[in-house]
Design a protein around this ligand. Structure first.
Ligand code: DAT
Ligand code: MG
Length: 151
């Protein structure tokens, strides 16, 4: 286990439109995770198709890509001990209806097709997604003054 595990988190177009960017970032900051990269971007269809390539045979895949392309997203990399697994816990379940209050999806959304946030589901997919969304030079290397107070 490493304090430098990284996860890819993205606020989807509905999260942006609904004014939830600040609240979502705040949760990751307050948890103690370290922000490594962030961009506000309109993702291309080809990037989004690649991002969700594992779901290409699911009936909702075209609609999922359209939804993700319907407006800008906030793409981020967060770092810390168990960042991938803890990030998923912070998100809640894929379907907001199954997500507990206190989780992001449990607190802020209703439908699976409008679940406002993405988070990597494994360290392997996190690395793939980080490389897909960011160039190496977009990942910032710096020391967080909170580090020794967190670990
Ligand atoms: P997650 O985003 O929790 O990792 P996933 O990778 O299985 O979930 O699916 C990616 C996204 O696809 C999910 O956030 C919302 C959408 N999705 C998943 N299952 C769906 C379904 N049954 N109907 C509509 N959209 C769905
Ligand atoms: Mg997923």
């Amino acid at each position: 286990m490493s304090n430098e595990e990284r996860t890819f988190i993205a606020i989807k177009p509905d999260g942006v439109q609904r004014g939830l960017i600040g609240d979502i970032i705040k949760r990751f900051e307050q948890k103690g995770f370290k922000l490594v990269a962030m961009k506000f971007t309109q993702a291309s269809e080809s990037l989004l198709k690649e991002h969700y390539i594992d779901l290409k045979d699911r009936p909702f895949y075209p609609e999922l890509v359209n939804y993700m392309a319907s407006g800008p997203v906030v793409a981020m990399v967060w770092e810390g001990l168990n960042a991938v697994k803890t990030g998923r816990v912070m998100l809640g379940e894929t379907n907001p209806a199954d997500s507990k209050p206190g989780t992001i999806r449990g607190d802020y959304c209703i439908q699976v097709g409008r679940n406002i946030i993405h988070g990597s589901d494994s360290v392997k997919s996190a690395n793939t997604e980080i490389n897909l969304w960011f160039k190496p030079e977009e990942l910032c290397s710096y020391e967080s003054c909170a580090h020794t107070w967190l670990y």
